[in-house]
Ligand binder design. Structure first.
Ligand code: NAG
Ligand code: NAG
Ligand code: NAG
Ligand code: NAG
Ligand code: NAG
Ligand code: NAG
Length: 500
């Protein structure tokens, strides 16, 4: 049955002008999850002959019949709000002499999350630590459903996906445990499964990701323009907007709850300085575009979670600290003034030198997803009392000529380190950057919420900056010097100028 429907999708897309072109858009099908109330799901498709299409939704908590006109070969319908649950059947009937009809079954209503990014999002469940246990465990979560767009690029904005890699499916080993970097995303799956454990209602996961791709490829020309980057229309994965055009734009008409994103490695050496503009601009633009495409159903400020870069090369300068910082719009933490309703999983303490797929592809995606879900619970679901941010300094004071007192905004669990903090030492009063002279500032003493560091290598009057964990590979696995008191959440890296 799934196969038949899939063939119909392809057929309808390849030849939308043919006499038989009655279909749903490529990303609707059996086993799908549609966005639950209070939002309303949007469904759309093609019809060449009928002037009107009747949509029937039948299931435990809702019976709906609605009609919608066909305009220029396309019909589009906003369903009434449906509470979480299922299963439902959804039918579309072409009114008129032909009377063709399509029915999808085993449809659930729940929260739909979009998962985007590059290879660490594409990294499959079969590649993670304990992969066989995870794959077996996945089968129990029949209400977490997955869908994946195929890798495509385009020089212009497409209305529908050209191809589907995984049609909507219940979890199955062959779908979650495909060849490396195919399907299905481990971070996306684990995020959905952990979320399900909290929410106890269906979760739909839509993966649209491609390894080795820069943020510019996922950005619309409108978003790039904000950051002074011009549009281009050629066909390389590194080119502006090509993945936005083919793998995101087609999805805009679907109602979603939120998105998670794992990307940035490809920008460590490419438009790196622009990333503090391009990444927040992508979030703004996706929010606006999904809101418009879903006729206002997807929230204009939908929650957006992301993974701060993990590690790649020990003792090399490779741009990762800068990208980690830019991922927060240079605030160091999220949400912040510039990036509202966002949440971040810090991952710099999850290095994996022995990963069979190279150290840039660390295998502990469980921890990444766990941290993301804490953020989602706090930010997207507004659950009270969920801590999701590691400690961040609230003040830095000099105690005397040789000691700084760094006070954190929460209780900390500290392991003494002699070089994780660095001070910028300069005779000239000017902003510090990567090129400045940075000296180690050993941690000397700790309190429940503060750390004293020794700055004696530089006269206090010449200390202009302070930074923490500012290198590609700052600590060993789960062993950074500063965590939340419960030991779960690492302090994110930061860099501070004293007077600017
Ligand atoms: C959905 O359709 C299937 C047959 O295709 C039927 O067995 C089932 O009862 C229907 N469910 C509802 C809620 O109508
Ligand atoms: C963009 O595409 C053009 C033409 O295919 C190619 O020459 C150029 O290198 C691409 N840009 C990047 C950044 O790859
Ligand atoms: C989907 O949304 C986009 C963006 O708003 C719009 O351009 C496009 O026409 C919509 N497609 C359909 C079928 O309504
Ligand atoms: C893998 O399984 C072992 C044994 O159950 C467990 O201790 C470890 O935390 C698991 N690793 C991950 C990344 O989940
Ligand atoms: C500076 O303060 C620290 C911490 O209170 C103390 O251990 C140290 O002796 C002080 N140094 C001087 C020169 O007063
Ligand atoms: C450091 O600052 C915090 C408050 O900002 C204070 O409670 C603590 O006593 C200070 N530590 C020292 C050694 O001065």
């Amino acid at each position: 049955m799934r196969l038949n429907v899939f063939i119909l999708f392809i057929f309808s897309f390849i030849s939308p002008g043919s006499g038989n072109g009655f279909a749903f858009a490529s990303y609707y099908g059996n086993h799908m999850v549609l966005q639950r109330a209070p939002e309303r799901a949007v469904v759309w498709g093609y019809s060449q002959k009928g002037a009107e299409v009747e949509i029937l939704l039948l299931g435990p908590n809702s019976k709906q019949v609605n009609s919608t006109p066909v305009i220029n070969g396309i019909w589009k319908m906003t369903l009434g709000p449906v509470p979480a649950g299922g299963p439902y059947n959804l039918s579309a009937v072409e009114k008129g002499s032909y009377g063709a009809s399509i029915m999808f079954s085993d449809i659930m209503f729940g929260d739909v999350w979009l998962c985007g990014g590059q290879s660490n999002m594409a990294f499959t469940l079969s590649q993670v630590f304990n992969a066989s246990d995870e794959l077996e465990d996945a089968l129990k979560f029949t209400d977490v459903r997955v869908f994946q767009a195929a890798l495509e690029q385009s020089g212009k904005e497409l209305t529908d996906l050209t191809r589907v890699d995984v049609p909507w499916s219940r979890p199955m080993p062959e779908i979650l445990g495909g060849k490396p970097f195919t399907h299905f995303s481990a971070v996306c799956w684990l995020f959905g499964r952990y979320l399900y454990k909290t929410l106890q209602y269906p979760i739909g996961l839509v993966e649209s990701s491609w390894g080795g791709t820069p943020v510019e490829a996922w950005s619309s020309p409108r978003a790039l323009h904000v950051c002074g980057l011009g549009a281009s229309v050629s066909r390389s994965v590194w080119n502006n907007s090509v993945l936005w055009n083919a793998m995101i734009h087609p999805l805009l008409n679907m109602t979603i709850k939120g998105a998670i994103f794992y990307q940035g490695e490809a920008n460590a050496q490419y438009h790196q300085a622009k990333y503090s503009c391009t990444f927040p601009a992508l979030i703004d633009d996706w929010r606006l575009a999904f809101h418009e495409g879903s006729v206002g159903q997807t929230a204009w400020d939908f929650p957006f979670g992301f993974v701060q870069l993990c590690t790649y090369q020990k003792s090399k300068v490779d741009g990762f600290p800068e990208i980690r910082w830019h991922q927060t719009a240079d605030y160091g933490f999220v949400p912040n003034e510039r990036m509202k309703k966002t949440f971040m999983a810090v991952a710099m303490d999850l290095p994996d030198r022995d990963s069979p797929w190279g150290s840039i592809h660390p295998r502990d995606k469980q921890e990444v997803a766990f941290r993301l879900v804490l953020g989602a619970r706090a930010v997207a679901y507004e659950e009270k009392g969920v801590s999701f941010q590691g400690p961040y300094p609230s003040s830095v004071q000099n105690i005397n000529e040789t000691f700084l007192n760094i006070t954190f905004n929460q209780l900390v669990k500290v392991t003494i380190s002699y070089d994780i903090f660095e001070i910028c030492c300069s005779k000239e009063k000017k902003p510090c950057d990567t090129g400045s002279k940075w000296l180690p500032a050993p941690m000397i003493k700790q309190g429940s919420h503060y750390i004293l560091i020794f700055t004696g290598l530089c006269p206090m009057d010449n200390v202009w900056g302070l930074r923490y964990a500012w290198r590609d590979w700052p600590c060993a696995f789960k062993s950074c010097p500063v965590y939340s008191a419960d030991g779960l959440l690492p302090a994110p890296p930061f860099t501070w100028n004293r007077w600017y």
